[in-house]
Design a protein around this ligand. Structure first.
Ligand code: PNW
Length: 429
């Protein structure tokens, strides 16, 4: 069964930041620091999904979707990241999973969508190797409770964005601007993933995936400088997170002067390269790269993409980039590549008569079909997102939902794209 779903993340929709024993996450801390988030917005209330989830499940069902990707807030389950379990937090996800199963919707939870328990941040967060082991312990606790009904699990969401925005540039929590010294945060997330795969399988999980956001990398020109820069960027964004999973090695960084990986210990790569049942891919747009212009000391620079329509976020709309990405992954990893699930694809536009979003989704689904025709095994497509929600550093200014949310009244209004998708799914049968 092909999975047609929609995706959300705990901090972006739940609210109830301090309810029923939940501990603080790094996002609770970060959003309350002055100047971090546009207009000073926080996820304290967000879409109030913690209380309104029955209405939200009904919206998923009524659209005719057969899968839902949500994330579990680690500090709801383990308020200090490890140690005592908060049963009330687990109960919330238990009820949600029951409701999804009753409606015939496949639950696909992600265990980490960036809301690390603040108590673990005090010990160094993902820069601390011990966080990897705590993550696996948490995975076991959740799987123990839910794996009788949850068959499909996603360990991490976009370790690349979490490393770059959270640890290298400081745009996201925990707000560290370490530049290339952020690399241990990549390795410890991947190590945590590998340990979590083992823990999940040991506690009843049938299918385990990871979600990486990947981008086709376009050299700005055919010059040797731009080609080398594009290769360096591809190494950092795509290969750093996929090679260890499917080749069991890290790409060689030394050629680009992008730092060493001397924190990798014997045996780590074997742990990371556990066989997976699928690869989650989040696709938004390609990236065009030129040689370094000076500045940050990196061997590349984002040259920007022109000549395509853009979303309200300013991101270029390039549906064929999805086909290009999938075909590239297949040719790069061959038979080592597991089946692919598009775990996020979507766009920010204002308004409820969102014809641009319909064009966007239609184009990307066509690109997915094309990739399948070219031999890529794609088994699911999840729209980001069900609801307009807290878009991280952008606060509530970027609206990615199929359903409009009035953040004063919490009224949900399905957009034109929601009705289009419903019609499309009905025709699929
Ligand atoms: C993803 N970029 O993040 C996340 O998984 C979602 O939580 C988020 O709401 C969604 O995409 C839309 O932004 C990304 O700058 C953040 O390339 C930034 C980028 C890509 C993905």
């Amino acid at each position: 069964m092909f999975l047609w779903g929609t995706a959300t993340a705990s901090y972006q929709i739940e609210g109830a930041a301090h309810e029923d024993g939940k501990g603080p996450s790094i996002w609770d801390t970060f959003t309350h620091e002055p100047g971090r988030i546009r207009d000073g917005h926080t996820g304290d209330v967000a879409c109030d999904h913690y209380h309104r989830w029955p209405e939200d499940v009904a919206l998923i069902k009524d659209a005719g979707l057969n899968a839902y990707r949500f994330s579990i807030a680690w500090p709801r389950v383990l308020p200090t990241g490890r140690g005592p379990v908060n049963q009330a937090g687990l109960d919330f996800y238990d009820r949600l999973v029951d409701a999804l199963c009753e409606q015939g919707i496949v639950p696909a939870p992600t265990l980490f969508h960036w809301d690390l328990p603040q108590a673990l941040e005090e010990e160094g967060g993902w820069l601390n190797r011990d966080t990897s082991a705590y993550f696996a312990d948490y995975a076991a606790v959740v799987a123990d409770r839910l794996s009788d009904r949850v068959k499909m699990w996603i360990t991490l969401n976009e370790p690349f964005i979490h490393m770059v925005f959270g640890y290298a540039l400081g745009i996201h929590a925990p707000g560290k601007a370490l530049f290339l010294d952020a690399l241990p945060a990549a390795h410890h997330q991947l190590l945590g993933h590998g340990l979590a795969v083992q823990a999940l399988r040991g506690h009843g999980a049938e299918q385990v995936l990871i979600t990486n956001n990947c981008t086709p990398v376009w050299p700005a020109s055919g010059s040797a400088e731009d080609l080398a820069a594009a290769d360096a960027y591809d190494t950092l964004h795509n290969r750093l997170f996929n090679d260890p999973l499917f080749l069991g090695t890290y790409p060689d960084f030394s050629a680009y002067g992008m730092g060493s990986l001397d924190f990798v210990r014997a045996g780590d790569l074997e742990t990371i390269a556990q066989p997976l049942d699928g690869l989650g891919i989040n696709y938004y747009n390609p990236t065009r790269i030129s040689g370094p212009g000076g500045g940050a000391g990196l061997p590349f620079e984002d040259a920007g993409i022109t000549g395509y329509p853009t979303t309200a976020f300013g991101w270029p709309v390039v549906p064929d980039g999805l086909r290009e990405l999938l075909v590239t992954l297949k040719s790069r990893y061959g038979t080592a590549l597991p089946p692919i699930y598009i775990t996020e694809n979507g766009c920010s536009y204002d308004g409820v008569d969102d014809q641009e979003r319909i064009t966007f989704l239609d184009g990307h689904i066509a690109a997915l079909r094309q990739a399948q025709a070219e031999g890529v095994d794609v088994r699911g497509y999840f729209v980001w997102s069900l609801l307009d929600n807290f878009e991280w550093a952008e606060g509530y200014s970027q609206r990615f939902g199929l359903v409009h949310v009035d953040f004063d009244t919490q009224k949900r209004t399905p957009k034109a794209s929601y009705r289009w998708l419903k019609e499309f799914l009905a025709q699929q049968g």
